[in-house]
Design a protein around this ligand. Structure first.
Ligand SMILES: NC(=O)c1ccc[n+]([C@@H]2O[C@H](COP(=O)([O-])OP(=O)(O)OC[C@H]3O[C@@H](n4cnc5c(N)ncnc54)[C@H](OP(=O)(O)O)[C@@H]3O)[C@@H](O)[C@H]2O)c1
Length: 348
């Protein structure tokens, strides 16, 4: 039986994405074949396509960090899962596919009755937000917290979970995202027309207790200036390395897994060396999952429970069929997207 998946044929722009049709993969012992219902589209996918994300695989590869699907076939030795059961996973690559095989230990059961596109928004974005809030920053109710890129996928998840945690929220965004940011309970700061460092000091007096910075580079230093004494920047992304969805540097065409991360490390180390009781700490979902797989499973189950009890409502910006993965990435790269873009498959 045939199925379709997306491959990245070369490091570069959206034209690197091609649809291929081939035989469905067979699960090896210990693996489960999953019929994918929803796959997230996120900036890390674009960074891998450009070759600059630290996790970028060699070519050709199927992109896609996060998926929700149905158990389709069990490999030898798999027990405790039933065909037809809905599961979620964070494979980091490989989610843009109709069928995929994953080790059983990677799968987390999804409660019944959830919308697949909303559920998949939890698997990368909300879990990143949840772990940064509660495991990295260890936020406390009433703290002043600044979130950059607040209308985006991870940003809007930080706002929803930050509100549940009783935080005073401020969010940088372009004018296009301002109403979404205030609807999520935060004070919007227009990053294109306002100086966020001045603005946060004007709004809070002392500065922010915590800043979540997914922009990266020299921006981390400015985020540090927005802190009060004893505050913390959680640095987790490289949005600033892209412009219009392509490399901001203009260079392209190679696999440069360590370039961005080296610059990132430099700024984090610099943040520690500067005077003032202000810390910069890095966060990486993939590394925390490798080091603490039980936390990933536990936190995702907590988030599915919050979704089922309607305590959170992920913003799904737009749904695309798998074959329009290129258009989905182009839309995300153009910017101005509120929430998460999702590929929906197999009649989900
Ligand atoms: N460390 C981890 O474990 C981890 C996990 C997931 C994601 N990430 C990182 O998180 C970042 C966000 O990913 P995403 O998928 O949520 O992307 P996204 O949905 O595209 O959101 C990015 C947002 O940033 C805004 N933005 C762009 N430049 C900005 C600036 N200078 N100041 C403030 N906001 C700005 C954009 O607004 P406009 O489009 O309106 O300009 C957009 O709303 C990426 O760097 C990604 O690599 C890290």
């Amino acid at each position: 039986m045939k199925h379709r998946r997306i491959i990245v044929t070369h490091y570069g722009g959206p034209d690197a994405l091609q649809v291929v049709e081939e035989d469905r993969p067979e699960p090896k012992p210990g693996e489960v074949r999953v019929r994918v219902l929803a796959a997230g589209v996120s900036l890390p996918d674009l960074m891998m396509r450009e070759g600059i994300h630290p996790e970028t695989p060699s070519l050709p590869f199927t992109p896609g960090w996060d998926l929700v699907g149905v158990v389709d076939q069990l490999g030898k030795g798999v027990s405790g899962l039933e065909p037809g059961q809905v599961v979620a996973a964070l494979p980091i690559t490989g989610a843009y596919t109709e069928f995929g095989c994953l080790p059983q230990r990677e799968l987390v059961p999804v409660p019944s009755g959830l919308d697949a596109a909303e559920a998949v928004s939890l698997v990368l974005n909300h879990i990143t937000a949840y772990q940064m809030l509660h495991r990295s920053a260890k936020v406390r109710p009433g703290q002043h917290v600044l979130i950059h890129g607040a209308a985006g996928g991870v940003g809007s998840a930080l706002l929803q979970l930050g509100r549940l945690a009783g935080l005073e929220l401020y969010g940088t965004c372009s004018a296009r995202g301002a109403s979404a940011v205030s609807n999520l309970g935060a004070v919007p700061i227009d990053y294109e027309h306002q100086d966020f460092v001045k603005e946060i000091h004007r709004l809070t007096g002392e500065g922010a207790d915590v800043v979540f910075d997914g922009i990266g580079g020299t921006h981390i230093w400015r985020s540090r200036k927005a802190l009060c004494a004893g505050g913390k920047v959680v640095a987790y992304g490289l949005t600033g390395s892209l412009r219009g969805g392509r490399l901001a540097s203009g260079r392209s065409g190679g696999r440069h897994r360590f370039r961005a991360i080296a610059i990132f490390g430099l700024y984090i180390a610099g943040g520690w060396l500067l005077p003032g009781r202000k810390r910069v700490v890095p966060y990486s979902i993939q590394w925390l999952k490798r080091l603490r797989p039980a936390w990933f499973r536990q936190d995702l189950i907590t988030l599915f429970d919050l979704l089922q009890r309607q305590r959170i409502k992920p913003l799904v910006a737009q749904r695309f069929p798998l074959v329009e993965a290129r258009q989905a990435q182009e839309l995300l790269g153009r910017g101005g997207v509120t929430g998460k873009i999702v590929l929906v498959l197999n009649g989900a």
